[in-house]
Design a protein around this ligand. Structure first.
Ligand SMILES: [Zn+2]
Length: 265
């Protein structure tokens, strides 16, 4: 599943190829990708792409006065092809920019898009918490007042946005925090450590083009390299790179949670 570093990588590559280009045509093959309260995508025809940004795991394409919001969810990808390339299976929405054809590809069809004039019209975007780059330790501590395990709370995008399962596992290891520790027991120092490690890990993952793991491969010919730096994620039964203990894998809130029982007490 693409997380913040992968989404930023996709944004960067799309921006490099498409900035200032005008949409000449749109083909909607599978309309259910589009949210029901979206503006009609035909409004995009003739509009120029003026920016691409990200918030949490959302891609935001700015077309003059319109925003196209895209959430890749499990398997969404963008491919840039030539106008005349054959439409392949799983290509659901096609944006034509002159002789370039940008294909939204999604094998699971869980991704969603919305066209709007106001970003706050998209509920799941409006209720996103701050990213680790913006939040401070007091704000984070306030949001963690809960009996739920810290692992589960950090996956809640309304508390802090941008960390998915891979990076929460890595951040908790780097912060020496047990994933089962209750949110309310996380100290102010722990909060600072979570924020600092999130920033370091996300920046490094962005630098390396994200993590290419199992289902997710970055589209557009970019292969993430961050999997080479993972300390605990997917390292069940392997030696901890810090203390040599065995990494274990448990389920927390239904998600695979990898940690070192010695480093993360
Ligand atoms: Zn260890």
């Amino acid at each position: 599943m693409p997380e913040l570093p992968e989404v930023r990588t996709v944004a960067k590559v799309l921006k490099r190829n498409l900035l200032n280009k005008k949409i000449t045509n749109i083909k909607i093959i599978y309309p259910k990708i589009i949210e029901p309260n979206s503006l009609d995508f035909n409004n995009l025809i003739g509009k120029r792409l003026t920016d691409i940004s990200t918030k949490g795991k959302f891609l935001i394409f700015k077309f003059e006065d319109l925003y196209l919001i895209s959430h890749l969810r499990m398997e969404g990808k963008y491919f840039i092809k030539s106008l005349n390339d054959k439409v392949e299976k799983h290509e659901h929405i096609i944006f034509e920019f002159g002789d370039l054809s940008v294909r939204y590809h999604d094998t699971r069809k869980f991704g969603r898009m919305m066209l709007t004039k106001n970003l706050n019209d998209y509920n799941s975007l409006a209720k996103l918490g701050k990213e680790p780059f913006e939040i401070n330790k007091e704000e984070l501590k306030n949001k963690l007042k809960s009996k739920l395990p810290i692992k589960e709370l950090l996956l809640d995008q309304s508390i802090m946005s941008g960390l998915g399962n891979i990076y929460v596992n890595e951040v908790l290891f780097a912060s020496k925090i047990n994933p089962l520790k209750k949110g309310e027991d996380i100290s102010l120092d722990n909060c600072q450590s979570i924020i600092d490690n999130s920033v370091v890990i996300l920046n490094k993952a962005i630098e390396y083009g994200g993590t290419t793991i199992k289902s997710y491969t970055s589209s557009l010919g970019v292969i993430g390299q961050y999997q080479n730096f993972l300390m605990v994620h997917k390292r069940e039964d392997k030696e901890c790179k810090v203390c040599g203990s065995t990494i274990i894998n448990i389920k927390v809130g239904g998600r695979s949670t990898y940690y070192c029982p010695k480093c993360q007490k």
